[in-house]
Design a protein around this ligand. Structure first.
Ligand SMILES: [Zn+2]
Length: 221
């Protein structure tokens, strides 16, 4: 039985629509958040490739928006890990975890590197802060076994052209785990949203798979 895990970064408005789709397909997921970037109103926005304006959710709507899903740490303010002093990185990692635990009232065990970059020293900080894994943006099929869970590459991005081939490879692997990730704001057009909905429907209809929690998968290793 293939266990399928997924995670989504940055805590943006489009997560609300994504969550509707996830709920419809009874999918579990982890959301990687930056507690320092949510204000009283939606903001901290940017343009996604000139195609759409992206905004982060307001602080007061986070707990209800992500009810029923798992939260993981994405640092306080989303710095580039290798571009700041290690002590500053440590504060970003430790304070991010603490702030999210306080806000959501759940243990924060997962971590995702902003921009995906890392090295041994930044990964040591992630591990020491109490995280059981640190997700990168690299690719590895199968995602398990991982050489170092503090620098863990998923199978692929959700828009990877070889998504189904990677899933098939994960299915054939001893660990039997398929891990994809992404940002909901990468869904731009109605066709994009429909394609994502169809992708989840195809996954959910597969009798040889089940949705799983990242923390359960890692804890069971
Ligand atoms: Zn991010």
């Amino acid at each position: 039985m293939l266990r399928v895990v997924q995670c989504w970064d940055d805590g943006v408005e489009d997560d609300l629509r994504l969550i509707e789709i996830l709920r419809r397909h009874r999918a579990t997921a982890t959301f990687n958040l930056n507690p320092g970037l949510h204000d009283a109103t939606r903001g901290h926005g940017w343009s996604f490739r000139g195609l759409k304006q992206v905004r982060r959710l307001a602080r007061d709507e986070l707990v209800s928006a992500y009810a029923g899903f798992t939260i993981a740490n994405h640092t306080v303010t989303h710095p580039r890990p290798l571009d700041i002093p290690l002590e500053q990185w440590r504060r970003e990692v430790e304070d991010g975890r603490k702030q999210l635990q306080d806000l959501f009232g759940q243990p924060i065990l997962g971590f995702a590197y902003p921009f995906g970059t890392n090295d041994e020293a930044t990964a040591d900080v992630v591990r020491a802060a109490g995280h059981i894994y640190g997700r990168t943006t690299g690719k590895a099929t199968p995602c398990l076994p991982a050489a170092d869970l503090a620098r863990w590459a998923p199978d692929c991005h959700f828009l990877a052209p070889d998504f189904w081939e990677r899933l098939a490879a994960a299915k054939a692997s001893p660990a039997g785990v398929f891990y994809f990730w992404g940002h909901s704001y990468e869904l731009v057009t109605e066709e994009d949203w429909a394609a994502f909905d169809a992708k989840l429907a195809r996954l959910a209809a597969d009798p040889d798979m089940r949705w799983a929690e990242l923390t359960d998968v890692v804890s069971g290793l």
